[in-house]
Write a protein that binds this ligand. Structure first.
Ligand SMILES: C[S@@+](CC[C@H](N)C(=O)[O-])C[C@H]1O[C@@H](n2cnc3c(N)ncnc32)[C@H](O)[C@@H]1O
Length: 422
């Protein structure tokens, strides 16, 4: 039974499903759900993420993990658990680059990939060497306890099912999916749970008449699970989103942030291509922070990706690239990819939240002026594109028309600095 058939079956039985139930089935229904049947990232998929753009992303995360290992008093085993690891591209780049970091750290690092997707199997179609099969767990939650290290994710939370609400004639209504004859349509109804209004109250948001907003009710449970898994260490969450006042601004996001991606085009039609397109919404970092504090996770840093990567040393990689004497095409490809990772209006505006449990209030390099410092960075090699990374300038990705099309992949997010939002 396809996701669409299951959605129709449930609507016929109950009259409607909430948008969150629709999204859960479209993305994660075991028989044909979008995320359980494919690797959506890359030329043959629907969009790109930072790990595919340039190995510097993973290299700099490895540098940050190395400091975290140091802050935990250099344990013999430092566990990095990546949730929503997809095909394992970030895992590969972190592991590769950790070889250049202190040998004790490289030996201590255990990197586990967790994803709801069972992962690239023998007929996954992924190019050989692209998949990381070692240390992979298929699970929806955080199936671990006693972690000393870091639980990290890149673009995980934007894939969680969201409820959609709107204000109609002064009262909060929920967006439902129903059938009109044989056609799937959206309609409005009473909120399926009081938690929707409660969430808006908690983050101090009053939606305007006619404004649509997405609410991810799984953030709290996810945060509790993450905290329960961690004995001592860090949580590093990278995703697109905002603090609540910005995310729910009636002026800037009157129509919410829900978008769909299909073959590198933003289509914005969730009821179409069910199970064959991505459906995603921006993350509410205020709720994540609040949930963290309640679950024993102290906030340690919040920055845009541009600032986070530059503080860890990306701008230094960029400067040193020119001195490497690479063939011109290689230089240009690497230069363009490094720019892409921090480009305002694109990946550079993603948010990075660091939280800690039982680690005090250390200054993490990615959030503190000065970063790792010249003594460490100066001795590290500049990571370079491999055949497993995106080649922005080589037309290997025919659906993408260079810079302009890439703009659309991340929904034209605003370029606000974190400081503007707090
Ligand atoms: C947008 S993709 C990002 C993949 C990868 N992190 C990257 O940056 O390329 C989201 C991934 O999260 C996974 N996912 C979604 N919900 C999950 C959950 N509750 N637990 C574990 N993985 C989940 C999906 O299967 C998918 O692989």
């Amino acid at each position: 039974m396809t996701p669409e058939a299951e959605i129709r079956r449930r609507i016929r039985k109950r009259g409607h499903v909430t948008f969150a139930q629709f999204m859960e089935l479209a993305l994660f229904w075991p028989q044909g759900g979008y995320y359980l049947t494919r690797d959506p990232v890359g030329a043959d998929g629907d969009y790109y993420t930072s790990p595919l753009v340039h190995p510097a992303f993973g290299a700099l995360i490895a540098v940050q993990l190395c400091q975290m290992w140091f802050l935990l008093d250099r344990p013999e085993v430092f566990t990095a658990v990546e949730l929503g690891a997809g095909a394992g591209r970030l895992a590969r780049d972190v592991r590769d680059y950790s070889r250049h970091l202190p040998a004790e750290f490289a030996q201590a690092l255990r990197y586990l990939c967790v994803d709801r997707w069972a992962g690239p199997g023998l007929d996954s179609g992924l190019p050989r060497g692209e998949e990381v099969l070692e240390g992979r767990i298929t699970a929806a939650g955080v199936p671990l306890r006693g972690v000393r290290g870091c639980i990290l994710s890149n673009e995980l939370l934007d894939a969680f099912p969201v409820h959609q609400v709107t204000v109609h004639q002064g009262s909060l209504q929920e967006v439902l999916v129903a059938l009109e004859g044989d056609t799937l349509v959206t309609t409005l109804g009473e909120p399926s749970t009081p938690r929707l209004a409660e969430r808006l109250r908690q983050v101090g948001v009053a939606l305007g008449e006619g404004q649509t907003a997405e609410i991810n009710l799984e953030l709290e449970t996810w945060t509790q699970e993450v905290s329960a898994a961690l004995d001592a260490g860090f949580v590093l969450t990278i995703d697109y989103g905002h603090l609540s006042p910005e995310l729910y601004s009636p002026e800037r996001r009157r129509r919410g942030t829900l978008v769909t991606y299909h073959r590198h085009a933003q289509t914005d039609a969730p009821l179409r291509n069910i199970g064959r397109q991505d459906i995603t919404a921006q993350v509410d970092f205020t709720t994540l922070d609040r949930a963290g504090r309640r679950a024993g996770l102290e906030p340690l840093g919040f920055a845009v990706q541009r600032q986070f990567l530059n503080r860890l040393g990306l701008d230094q990689f960029q400067r040193r690239l020119a001195a490497l004497d690479l063939p011109r095409r290689e230089f240009e490809a690497n230069h363009a990819a490094l720019v892409e990772l921090v480009r305002p209006g694109g990946l550079g505006d993603f948010k990075v939240l660091a939280q800690g449990k039982n680690v005090g209030q250390p200054n993490l390099w990615g959030f503190a002026p000065g970063g790792p410092g010249e003594a460490l960075l100066g001795g590290l090699p500049v990571p370079l594109l491999t055949p497993q990374h995106l080649r922005l300038l080589e037309g290997r990705y025919p659906q993408v028309d260079g810079e302009v099309a890439l703009e659309t992949l991340w929904g034209g997010d605003d370029a606000a600095e974190v400081g503007d939002e707090s």
